[in-house]
Ligand binder design. Sequence first.
Ligand code: SAH
Ligand code: TMP
Ligand code: ZN
Length: 416
Amino acid sequence: MTALLREGEATGTQCLVCKTPFRPFISFGRQPIANAFLRPDQVAGEFFFELTVGRCDACGMVQLGSLVDERKLFHEEYAFFSGTSKGMASHFERFARTMRGRLPSTDPLVVEIGSNDGIMLKHFAAAGIRHLGVEPSTNVADVARASGVRTVSRFFDEELAREIVASDGQADAILGANVICHIPYIHSVFGGVKLLMKPEGTFVFEDPYLGDVIEKTAYDQIYDEHVFYFSVSSLSKAFAMHDLEIVDVEPQSVHGGELRYTVQHRGAGAVSDNVVAQLRRESDLGLDRADTFERFRERVERSREDLVDLLRTTKAKGRRVVGYGATSKSTTVTNYCGIGPDLVEFISDTTPIKQGKLSPGTHIPVRPYADFQSRPPEVALLFAWNHAAEILAKESDFVAGGGRFIVYVPEVQFIP
Ligand code: SAH
Ligand code: TMP
Ligand code: ZN
């Protein structure tokens, strides 16, 4: 499996699903690791790679043109803690409740891939349900363990699936959120699911949806961790190669628009009308046509011009601009648009591990939320636009005091 991960290997020549050569339709230039917030002494050795995305004409899978080794991305200092958003905490509580309702009554087993700090599995642990989290980033896994979530710090693949079957038996439910699209060795993952899932079991996962990325020009979803930009149409083909099938899909509003897929062994369950309807939507959106991606590229370029113009004008008027949320997504935006400390004074973030560090590539200081509160700027650049509802509710005083947010998805504009 790891043979597929050789650093800098240009997958840009070969589809990770069907091995057909493809050419990228967009390049974001030289980019650092999206979640690699740096201490000042780490600036000199900062790692960069060329970030490109392409679509395989043969199977339709949209994917990165080159990969960063997973051990450089997910490790003992991983910066993303799922629990930093209250909105996501309630989302995963609901997700867990829905899944619990579908489990058989006798001693079910739930396995979650990419369980992070236990945001979802802790609800199964609290209910005394047999569970196992698979989480390679040891710092976030330790938080999960501390809240009673049984966690193994490994990368999920077919080999690990075999080991879990030997130790725990097959799973009734395999879950994953914002992780399946991160794993380039997709055949090993799907092969592992095939082995690990009981005959009547389900594999339920959600990831950013290609349809939303295209419709909203959400180009900031594109960064090193997001290897794949899934659609029902492309995923169906990949699952079919493992005798698995998508039986249901449900759109989710979190993280800027995701799709939740329910997958079973082929023939184990009836395929919902939702799947057919979503496929029709994908064809209406033109996800099967190369020109759709050309137009996306044009909109991304325009978005960059609009954002830089707006920031420069705002700055010229003497207004302070502070970034809100040191998201991994913002790394693509700041590096692609050339937004540094000259345009954004600092980025406010509630995650302790990010504070006191510099944003990857552009080296904007990341500071605690208290710094935003004690001296609010005139303008906040909302890097965490996917949490806009939660943040706007929290920042009603900032807005009441005349503060404004800039967003760039789906368009560059001030809100409110
Ligand atoms: N599920 C959480 C975390 C998403 S971040 C949520 O939605 O908030 C992605 C997580 O997947 C990280 O914690 C990362 O360490 C983990 N991960 C990356 N590759 C993995 C793999 N091959 N197997 C299991 N987990 C993986
Ligand atoms: P995400 O978009 O990948 O979920 O990352 C959100 C980041 O924004 C994370 O670092 C936490 C931060 N954040 C804040 O600083 N304040 C907030 O109110 C929220 C919701 C997130
Ligand atoms: Zn392909």
